[in-house]
Design a protein. Structure first.
Length: 155
């Protein structure tokens, strides 16, 4: 019987459009340890569809397809989306992403909500928060810490 959600996929799967999908796959492999699962290339050399796996998550991507309205962040002036990537060692993965060509947006630090995280912009314009969960925080504690954080941020 065919499964409505194929094996290996979550109910929600990111599909990234990039200018330079082949280079993006190489970056995600170097920075995040991605494994390429599939690649369909058009006669013009553009990647029409590819699948990579980062940890236990499959991510789909393609080259920009202007005629289909699929544009990457550089073509639309940025991205409103952040991909949140949990890893075993945020510091090592963050450093690897920077060496691979990502630009630091926020340094790695411990956060009140229980994650140690930092943020990068990949060379293709996609924003990633890279995190390691370091503490389980109860809802009550979260609420208290969030209020304290907002007071501090407000000055």
């Amino acid at each position: 019987m065919v499964k409505a959600i194929p094996d290996g996929y979550a109910e929600l799967t990111a599909y990234l459009s990039v200018d330079g999908a082949s280079e993006a796959i190489a970056f995600y492999t170097e920075a995040f340890g991605a494994k390429e699962l599939a690649r369909s290339t058009a006669p013009n050399g553009k990647i029409m569809h590819a699948q990579i796996q980062i940890g236990g998550t499959i991510v789909m991507l393609s080259d920009e397809l202007r005629e289909a309205g699929l544009l990457g962040p550089h073509s639309v002036g940025g991205t409103p989306v952040t991909l949140y990537l949990f890893v075993e060692d945020v510091d090592a993965t963050f450093a690897r992403a920077l060496r691979a060509g990502a630009k630091q947006q926020r340094e790695v630090q411990d956060h009140f909500f229980g994650d140690r995280a930092g943020q990068v912009l990949d060379p293709f314009g996609h924003r990633w928060t890279i995190a390691t969960h370091i503490e389980d925080v109860s809802p009550d504690e979260f609420e208290q810490r969030a209020a304290a954080h907002m007071r501090k941020a407000a000055g």
